[in-house]
Design a protein around this ligand. Structure first.
Ligand SMILES: CC(C)(COP(=O)(O)OP(=O)(O)OC[C@H]1O[C@@H](n2cnc3c(N)ncnc32)[C@H](O)[C@@H]1OP(=O)(O)O)[C@@H](O)C(=O)NCCC(=O)NCCS
Length: 161
């Protein structure tokens, strides 16, 4: 794995983040306006940069806190050129650790496409549990989703190395 850094996403990253988002999620992609709003909020909007290439963003993750002591991961991707090299696991692990440091968080939740077996495997590796209820037509494309949840206080939470 090349030298990488996790940093907060800033407004100057908006175009790069939006381009990556469209490339990966296509019709399901968040709009530029929504991404901009999410950058303005002070939450976990984190990017993964390769340090030897200045400002090279190879992935990002967005996590939001709700009113019920839960944090939702609402967006997460790694540029296809850099997938399957451990970067997704690194960024997810980093984010889970950050969330655990917040007070009173009970659960991390996320939604994932039924067909996205790679992401489901990754989340299961970190001990997320799949809720059996399928969320029909969850995405813009009409695809359905699973809800996955990680109990934060679980002693079984895996540390990825
Ligand atoms: C899901 C995603 C973020 C994973 O990032 P990544 O950097 O490829 O993840 P990792 O390299 O850490 O691999 C995680 C696991 O997925 C598996 N995996 C990753 N890419 C794979 C591929 N192309 N084929 C098969 N398995 C793959 C690996 O087996 C790995 O588990 P391991 O510990 O057994 O090696 C990335 O595939 C992605 O951006 N996908 C498109 C966007 C997306 O689906 N986001 C999630 C929305 S819920």
């Amino acid at each position: 794995m090349a030298l990488i850094e996790v940093k907060k996403v800033l407004t100057k990253d908006l175009n790069k983040i939006t381009t990556l988002e469209k490339k990966i999620f296509k019709e399901n992609a968040f709009s530029k306006e929504l991404i901009e709003k999410l950058i303005m909020k002070n939450l976990f909007f984190l990017k993964l940069e390769i340090s030897k290439v200045k400002n090279k963003i190879i992935g990002f993750i967005i996590a939001l806190k709700d009113q019920n002591k839960n944090v939702s991961i609402i967006n997460f991707l790694i540029d296809p050129k850099f997938q399957n090299k451990g970067y997704g696991s690194y960024l997810l692990q980093y984010t889970i650790e950050k969330i655990k440091k917040l007070n009173n968080i009970k659960k991390i939740t996320l939604n994932v496409q039924l067909s996205n077996s790679i992401a489901i495997c990754l989340y299961e590796k970190f001990n997320f549990k799949r809720n059996p209820t399928i969320l029909e037509n969850y995405y813009q494309s009409g695809e359905s989703a699973y809800l996955m949840e990680l109990e934060i206080n679980s002693r079984l939470t895996k540390t990825y190395k």
